[in-house]
Design a protein. Structure first.
Ligand code: ZN
Length: 145
């Protein structure tokens, strides 16, 4: 496993992402939904990967959802970055991580495609996430108010 560290711009949200295919290019998808275009978010995931996130101050993290309301986008309210999004399906939390919040990963390691999931039925969307998204997700909070 390759450990990739990432964080939002101010560091309120940080994470370790375990990528199971070290040495291979990381497939990344520029989501073409209006939210991700506006945020410039580009995601990756792998069914054998793992995400462990730490949130320093949850009071300055907004969980934003829209449209089908099946995913929560973690938006740092301090710096505006979107490090990852999660989706709870049958009591398991799945995630995709925004490669633009990786630290120390060269962009030549990314293999980019553009995706468009508009019009996908909700059931198909959840099935796709179960197959492709990060299935082991831990979000730790350092401080609560
Ligand atoms: Zn931030």
């Amino acid at each position: 496993m390759r450990q990739i560290d990432g964080r939002c711009h101010c560091g309120n949200i940080s994470y370790e992402f375990l990528w199971p295919e070290p040495g291979s290019q990381i497939p990344v998808r520029a989501c073409s939904c209006s939210f991700c275009i506006k945020h410039g978010a580009v995601y990756t995931s792998h069914p054998d990967s793992q995400l462990t996130a730490q949130i320093s101050d949850p009071a300055v993290v907004n969980k934003y959802s829209f449209d089908t309301k099946t995913a929560d986008f973690y938006v740092c309210a301090s710096c505006g970055a979107v490090p990852f999004a999660t989706s709870k399906i049958e009591s398991n939390e799945y995630a995709v991580v925004n490669v633009n919040t990786f630290e120390g990963v060269d962009r030549t390691e990314f293999d980019s495609t553009v995706t468009d999931f508009a019009g996908e039925r909700v059931g198909d969307r959840l099935d796709r996430r179960k197959r492709k998204w990060i299935p082991r997700v831990t979000i730790e909070t350092k401080r609560t108010r």
